[in-house]
Design a protein around this ligand. Sequence first.
Ligand code: URA
Length: 201
Amino acid sequence: MPENLDMQNVKELLLKTEEKCQNCYKCPLGKTRTKIVFSGGVPNNKLMLIGEAPGYWEDQKGEPFVGKAGQLLDKIFACVGLSRQKDVYICNTLKCRPPDNRNPLPEEKAACREYLDIQVETLKPKIILLCGNIAVQSFLEGARGITKVRGQWFDGPYGAKMMPIFHPSYLLRNDSREKGSPKWLMWQDIKEIKRVYDTLS
Ligand code: URA
């Protein structure tokens, strides 16, 4: 963990931020959400995944990536021996579900940004995975589309190594596992992520 924050403090700070989120009505999504979706997995200083926004099931359960896309995400991590229960902190650019799962609006992302920034600043993860275009745009301004930038390492906040990866819902729409297909590329990316993860102390 960051030297100046022990795990207890980290958990308290994240909990306080989550409570603030519960009472957040800075954008109209505060009125339409069922539950806020603050985070999933485990707080840790190695691996964070940032997705887009909660969908229907996440909004119902208050947990990120619990629908079909989330199940695929768990399988992808499991392929290299990682699990959300032990190794990954998961959050989204938005903590509330946009109606009909439309893309987040700029003003919604701006309103929610403070919570994401606190999550990153508190944990200072060494690896940040930007899952899908919306997360990429939040950290790599002016970046080209996900198909161009996925699999590359970028410098992230607090010295993090940051990699854009395909969103699992994109993989669900693309069945092929042939060389060069999205699923094949994801397999290359997760192996590279695990390689770097294994070098972390
Ligand atoms: N898609 C996301 O980006 N995040 C979730 O939590 C669920 C689906």
